[in-house]
Design a protein around this ligand. Sequence first.
Ligand code: GLA
Length: 509
Amino acid sequence: MPRPSAVRPILLATSILATACVLATALPALAAPPTGGWVFDGGPDFPGFTRVQVHKDHGHYSGTVTSHWYGDLPLDDVRVDGDNLVFHLSNGNPRVAESDIVLKPEGKAVHMTGKLWYADFDIPAHKATTKALKALDFPVYPLPPRRVVQPLARAETPPMGWNSWNKFATDIDDRTVREIADNLVASGLRDAGYVYINIDDGWQGNRDQAGLLQPNAKFPDMKALADYVHARGLKLGIYSSPGPKSCAGYEGSYGHIEQDAKTFAGWGIDYLKYDLCSGEAFYHTPETVHAVYQQMAEAIAATKRPMIFSLCEYGRFDVGSWGRDVGGSLWRTTGDIEDKYETMAKIGFEKNGVPNHTGPGGWNDPDMLEVGNGGMTTDEYRTHISLWATMAAPLILGNDVRHMTPDTLALLTNREVIAIDQDAAGVQGLPVKKEGTREIWTKRLSDGATAVGLFNRGDEAASVTVTWAELGLKPAKVRDIWANTELAPAAVQTVTIPRHGAVLLRVTP
Ligand code: GLA
């Protein structure tokens, strides 16, 4: 028989337990999201989800969703909703607002529903062993310590050429590139300075067993294409990404940087546009973005083939202040241009980086030209090219040069406009006066003259009055470049400009 003093606590414990059992059966079970790891069963190619892992620590849920495009994305803004876990995923690009993603238990499995970037998804995942989850680890590669890279190619003036993206997007092939090469020559564009032919996204195929990146079936022989282009006095450019995927979802250079640089050099490539794309999910600090661009610059330098290195990370982290250090000859300062006046004007008038960063050897790049693509009027395209020339921006054509109107050709080949863009001083012109929708921009030229751009951003024709003294100029000669006329160098000049139009003057003291 137990002693009475010991019996009492036992009785007490038994009655607490009994009450708890009664309560537990009376109340519904408290729902809570599951923890563990699951492997996705299929799902869309973008972003190629592979696994989801959820942990709980001191009542807080955390975890990651892994994908082929973006590696491990942490669960952000996690909240519990019954037995569902609701969270956000960020791919590093703020252009698309993040939306709720729901992880819902279904027995031992889970279901993940939501939207990332532009894509909706609704995919099941099965419970997986530690080993199966581990097999889906996203590879992480070391980044180089910070160093300054001296490129073998130097762009003394803003690069000029053609690029496939604005007109053709991924619908580009060997034959079209050859025809573009022929037409750059036949139209006089090459002789006007447009010498690079740059194949943008969409040329990439798969890697072979040795990891060598092959072009896709639309580009049967890159080396032969480079030879063809070179034989016409032109240079060939190509496109890749430091991430696993290019922006259009083709194979990126992730994990194959040195190998790809060698491949490009072997083909005879002269120019590389390197686009952050899927890498933006995990290269999202100034240090890592600097390091991945430096890494490719070092890989290019190691090939000993001079290549213009074009940085495309949309102007993040004040790229102009370090673009030259990573061997860059030009760096995008903005998101993508479109063949629309509003987008072009927003980029050109308002967003082209820090002007002091531009100059011989390195150029702010407000994106490629849309002139000739049909979405703007001739006046609007005149504004586009005049503004780009005034800013000493790279002039990379984005139209189908096989089919050009006389207006388009005239806009693209005006030697005096090109001379302003290509002026040896390499100064980025700036606005000196803004009055409502009217703007006056100036650019100092190496021979002492000044380029003056008069712009009407308004929806109606407008007259713009220039008082030379106000701009610190004493003109002996005023030339209206587009009109191909000399204006009397009066102290005050008034010109009428059509809606969205431009007048470009060369003012000589
Ligand atoms: C990004 C770039 C564009 C173009 C596309 C290709 O959007 O900014 O210029 O290269 O990728 O997918």
